[in-house]
Design a protein around this ligand. Structure first.
Ligand code: ATP
Length: 767
């Protein structure tokens, strides 16, 4: 795989030559993106060049434009920052700089450029493409290149990958690096929380985001902050001080021992006057709070990419190469984005223009427009933050008495990390509307045996945002253990809606209650399942709370395991991961840890599979010239085979290694259920909980007319949408009850990409 191809062969001359660069501010995930572009490019028959130091490398050429081999990007998944460097390049802003860029590209036979950077970098790339024909003409006219040299490269293909920790690009839900930065912020605020609570202090935490409040808003949600300041929703000039005091003193009066205020570095008031951390601190001090400022600064850019960013950048890198090969000269340059769970291509120019119009809207004080130009999640998240942190007992926001509901919440199944965060959000959202949320203690068996149900008050749940496990208690029991008792208690507490938070058992519980409505009319209330399980095996949903935390645990675990081989070298780890009969965790884990092979229940292990993986390992170690110090990984789902256990696979590989490598097993076990929920799980928990309450509210308005409609849905992410999916339909069409999972395998693509980037496909296809 590392062998250099023969430069002189005809085939090589015809090869598409692609350059990849990272530009602007660095972002975690840039390295995995470069790895994906290089390896997908090589697999798809291209030569891939790395442009070192951003546009400086293009302008300078020479050693800064380097043809990459397969092995050059080895280990890139685990590195933060960007190994090929980034820079702000003034020369490229001038035509002469871009002329040099065109010269250097054509001299190397390159006419496609994948740029991973922010809106500035993508603007530069678009300008470069627009000018390309005139740059080539000038190079010919000035005798620097000949017509025949230029002829094959008359069209420049540009593809944008958005690398930015601010998540400030329009037409995509997430940019590469944003969730890693959010994770760093959440971790830091968690640390600060401990000392804040101990001393009953207030902390003003300043986060990045000069023109975009995404980090500030999401940090506010994920850290359970009291108040946030973001540029898109500036508070009233001269009045915000009063509002801040009101909210913080209200929370203190309820018993909170700490105060957290998040300030985006670009925070302003509605007269565009900056709001600084010092000013915020002054107001909190006036309130009598012992207040400190923490400016997180570059810590937010630091460290290795979280699981989501590794996934996003890998899938987008592969998509960028495919786009290069698909595009015609007439096509507009695409930017690779993501909507919910789908990688999408969007017109780069439009996305950049839309992004810039947010800044213009803020500048002209049209804040509603600024808000509307951000994606819908942003506005929803802002609404949720207000509901759960600002308006939590604002009399004017309460629903009329007749519309206030009693809602139950129950945790079902194995523990996972989003259970408490979702329950907290549901409770706080309920309080903001005048509903009451009742927590069912110890699942359905608890209800049946003890009937213990607790009304969840503000102070009970306010610090559950970062608590893993289940404060209410969870187990696998189902209502069928005693429908009569379940019905009795639902009636006793006059519950008018039920939120089940859990995995496949939660799905089964929902279906049972739905199916028994005729016998127990009390079950005819709106019921909704919030998927929450490490395995992500709930029919109908491509996302479950807790699965992101699990993948982050695995990323850390696998990075450590791989590195542990650096002294002994030539070691292969067979890592056994959870997931029951669902290969989701294994497939995603394989992709984001760069595994050589992934074994899932969906693709059975047999001798021929093992033999080809042994061949691949022998090939990889034969080509290792000593520069690769890390171990290799094989990911095996716990139920992938009844015969080929983790130990047996490790032994078989070792036995057939010809002493060229040794093997070890590694089983992370319950570590995967997480400790502290990831910031993504915390934020999505709030989103799901808010939607669940809204569903129960709207269904209660129509249920009175239909005796047995028993609205029962699963909240599911499907492709680019969040849907409310009828449980009866899912049960008959998509549930594999025996294997406890959905029949739709939405992660198949992961294994394909993983095999492409590990080199397995090349070997199998004899390339
Ligand atoms: P970040 O979001 O981290 O600021 P960015 O990509 O927006 O990332 P910029 O500093 O704006 O960062 O741009 C990076 C580089 O892209 C610039 O140094 C310059 O070389 C090039 N560039 C930016 N804007 C243009 C432009 N209008 N014309 C030509 N080149 C540009």
């Amino acid at each position: 795989l590392d062998a250099e191809s023969d430069e002189t062969s005809e085939a090589t001359k015809k090869k598409k030559k692609i350059a990849v660069m990272t530009s602007g501010g660095d972002a975690p995930g840039m390295n995995p993106a470069v790895r994906a572009v290089v390896r997908a490019g090589i697999y798809l028959g291209c030569d891939v060049f790395a442009v070192y130091e951003g546009y400086t490398g293009l302008v300078t050429g020479g050693d800064l434009l380097k043809k990459m081999s397969w092995g050059d990007v080895r280990g890139f998944l685990s590195y933060g920052g960007t190994n090929i460097g980034t820079a702000r390049c003034m020369e490229f802003r001038k035509r002469e700089g871009r002329l040099m860029g065109a010269y250097n590209m054509i001299s190397n036979g390159i006419d496609a450029l994948i740029v991973c950077g922010g809106d500035g970098s993508l603007t530069g790339a678009d300008l470069f493409r627009a000018e390309w024909p005139s740059l080539l003409d000038e190079l010919i006219e000035t005798g620097r290149l000949t017509k025949s040299q230029v002829a094959p490269h008359r069209n420049l293909t540009i593809v944008g990958l958005v690398g930015s920790i601010d998540n400030d690009m329009a037409m995509t839900d997430a940019t590469i690096g944003a969730y890693s930065a959010l994770e760093r912020i959440s971790e830091m605020v968690d640390y600060i929380d401990a000392t804040a609570s101990s001393h009953s202090r207030a902390f003003v935490v300043e986060v990045m985001g000069r023109h975009c409040g995404w980090l500030g808003l999401m940090a506010g949600l994920s850290t359970g902050a009291d108040f946030i300041f973001i540029p898109e929703r500036p508070p009233k000039h001269g009045k915000w001080q009063e509002d801040l005091k009101h909210v913080c003193s209200k929370h203190r009066a309820k018993g909170r021992r700490k105060t957290t205020v998040i300030v985006a570095e670009g925070a302003i008031d509605d007269q565009l006057q900056p709001i600084t951390s010092d000013e915020v601190k002054k107001v909190l001090v006036e309130l009598g709070l012992d207040t400190r400022i923490t400016t997180l600064g570059h810590v937010q850019r630091g460290g290795t990419a979280v699981a989501y960013d590794r996934l996003l950048s890998t899938l987008q890198g592969v998509e960028a190469v495919k786009a290069v090969l698909d595009l015609t000269p007439e096509d507009p340059s695409p930017m690779i984005g993501i909507l919910e769970n789908r990688i999408v291509r969007r017109p780069l120019v439009e996305a950049v223009a839309l992004t810039k119009s947010v800044a213009d809207a803020i500048e002209s004080k049209d804040f509603d427009k600024a808000m509307s130009l951000r994606d819908t999640n942003f506005a929803e998240a802002y609404h949720s933050f207000n509901a759960i942190s600002i308006d939590d007992d604002d009399e004017t926001k309460l629903l009329p008495e007749s519309e206030r509901l009693n809602i139950g919440v129950v945790h079902v199944g194995a523990s996972s990390s989003g259970l408490n965060a979702a329950t907290r959000a549901a409770a706080l959202y309920c309080l903001s509307k005048g509903h009451k949320l009742f927590g069912i203690v110890e699942g359905f068996s608890g209800l049946i045996e003890t009937g213990e149900v607790r009304e969840l008050k503000w102070l009970d749940v306010e610090n559950w945002h970062n608590k893993g496990g289940s404060e209410l208690g969870t187990n696998r029991s189902l209502p069928s253990a005693d429908y009569g008792k379940v019905a009795y208690y639902l009636q006793k507490y006059n519950l008018q809606g039920l939120i089940i938070i859990g995995g496949f058992e939660g799905f089964s519980a929902l279906h049972e209650l739905y199916s028994e409505t005729k016998r127990y009319p009390i079950f005819n209330i709106p019921k909704i399942l919030i998927p929450s399980t490490v395995s992500n095996n709930v029919p109908g949903s491509e996302y479950s709370l807790g699965s992101d935390t699990c993948l982050n645990q695995l990323v850390k675990y696998c990075d450590a395991v791989k590195q542990s081989a650096s002294s002994s070298r030539r070691r292969v780890f067979v890592v056994e991961v959870q997931g029951g009969h669902s290969g989701y965790v294994a497939s995603y884990c394989g992709l984001i840890t760069g595994a050589i092979a992934t074994y899932t229940p969906e693709a059975k292990i047999d001798l021929s599979v093992l033999q080809s993986d042994i061949d691949l390992l022998l090939e990889v170690f034969a080509n290792d010239r000593g520069e690769d110090r890390n171990g290799k990984m094989i990911i095996r789902n716990e139920q992938a085979s009844t015969v080929y256990s983790t130990e047996l696979i490790a032994d078989l590989l070792k036995e057939n290694s010809g002493k060229r490598f040794e093997t070890r097993t590694a089983i992370p076990g319950h570590v995967q259920q997480g400790y502290t929920p990831s910031s993504m799980d915390r934020v999505v928990a709030i989103r799901f909980a808010t939607k669940a309450i809204q569903f129960i509210e709207s269904e209660n308005k129509i249920i009175a007319n239909d005796e047995y409609c028993s609205p029962s849905v699963v909240l599911g992410v499907q492709g680019t949408d969040i849907k409310l999916l009828n449980v009866a339909h899912l049960y008959s069409e998509d549930a594999d009850v025996k294997l406890r999972k959905g029949k739709t395998v939405h992660w198949r693509e992961m294994t394909y990409v993983s095999d492409m980037l590990s080199g397995k496909l090349m070997l199998l296809e004899g390339k």
